[in-house]
Write a protein that binds this ligand. Structure first.
Ligand code: XMP
Length: 318
């Protein structure tokens, strides 16, 4: 057994011994705690022989790319930024099926990441923020059928690129990673960030993803996050977000009839995402969120609150 400070020391030392002086390591940053802690540990061990790549898939939330880049730079990581938004959106044109969206996004990510990696000489390793529960979940006794939705990560990438894996967190649980993150000086924003799916807003725009719909959802989602933070509810819940439904409903504004989109608000509490319950938010907070979305987001005239638990509903709508 080890304490968290000695885990950091031991891991950094192991990595610095393992990676030879002429070798490089690449990793994908997401702005989440697991990939950030992984990158920081490897960076401590081998410095700038770590190449950290941040891919913008065009499916991120309002201001997210800029914010993640600034946070990572603040931590000394010097991320390589790849804006592949138009490629992702091009490939998602006309795609309605949720699993097909995930597949396209996952494959495009691998393609973009691989192409970037080839620009650097001597890359021999891929660092990944795999945790112990991820290791268990991919074991054969659970099988892939235990996963209702395919999850987009860099699986398949190491073999394809002939990279060896470094997974410094693979024996840790989330709470242990949080302790390490604190010791490494990560901001609260990253340590307690709510989970955000790899396919991003694509699975929160029901049906086809378009730039217009992305713009609507980004604004609505930003209001949800802002109000959750302002009311101190953000860190009390597992996830809180907006979903753009593929239906329009009739409304009224002044003397005129409107025919606009519906936003669903999803706020859940959970321990591990396997089960979840909807959060009984105060009515005045819900009212504020609803009023702001309807007043501030053009194209939306109705907001509804999702009161389904998981199971039988899932957390995401797709
Ligand atoms: P569901 O919707 O299955 O979600 O109840 C459980 C948790 O997983 C997240 N989620 C995903 N994360 N890629 C991810 O990286 C995905 O395709 C994906 N789908 C769902 C979801 O946000 C929740 O935290």
């Amino acid at each position: 057994t080890w304490t968290m400070p000695s885990f950091i020391e031991k891991t950094v030392e192991e990595i610095s011994i393992k990676i030879k002086p002429e070798e490089k390591v690449i990793c994908a940053l997401s702005g989440g705690i697991d990939s950030t802690v992984t990158a920081l540990l490897v960076h401590r061990a081998i410095g700038d022989r770590l190449i950290s790549v941040f891919v913008n898939n065009g499916l991120l939330r309002k201001g997210e790319a800029e914010e993640v880049l600034a946070l990572m730079e603040g931590l000394g990581l010097k991320p390589v930024y790849v804006d592949a938004s138009s490629l992702f959106l091009e490939r998602l044109k006309g795609v309605v099926d949720p699993e097909l969206k995930r597949k396209i996004i996952g494959e495009t990510f691998i393609e973009v990441f691989e192409k970037k990696a080839q620009e650097f000489k001597g890359v021999k390793y891929l660092a990944q923020g795999t945790l112990y529960p991820d290791v268990i979940e991919s074991c054969s006794f659970r099988g892939p059928s235990a996963r209702i939705k395919s999850h987009h990560n860099v699986g398949g990438l190491p073999e394809k690129m002939q990279l060896k894996l470094i997974e410094p967190l693979r024996e840790l649980f989330k709470d242990e990673v949080r302790k390490i993150a604190e010791l490494l000086g990560l901001p609260k924003k990253i340590i307690w960030r709510q989970p955000f799916p790899g396919p991003g807003l694509a699975v929160r725009i029901l049906g086809e993803v378009t730039t217009d719909k992305l713009a609507i959802l980004r604004e609505a989602d930003a209001i949800v996050i802002e109000e959750m933070l302002a009311s101190n509810w953000y860190y009390k819940v597992w996830q809180s977000f907006a979903v753009l439904l593929p239906v329009r409903t009739v409304g009224v504004m002044g003397d005129a009839r409107t025919y606009d989109y519906v936003i669903a608000i999803r706020v859940v509490e959970s321990q591990d995402a396997m089960t979840a319950d909807w959060v009984r938010l105060p009515y005045d907070l819900l009212a504020r969120i609803s009023n702001r979305i309807i007043n501030e987001v053009a194209g939306v005239n109705r907001v509804v609150y999702d009161i389904s638990s998981k199971p039988p509903a899932t957390i995401e709508w797709e």
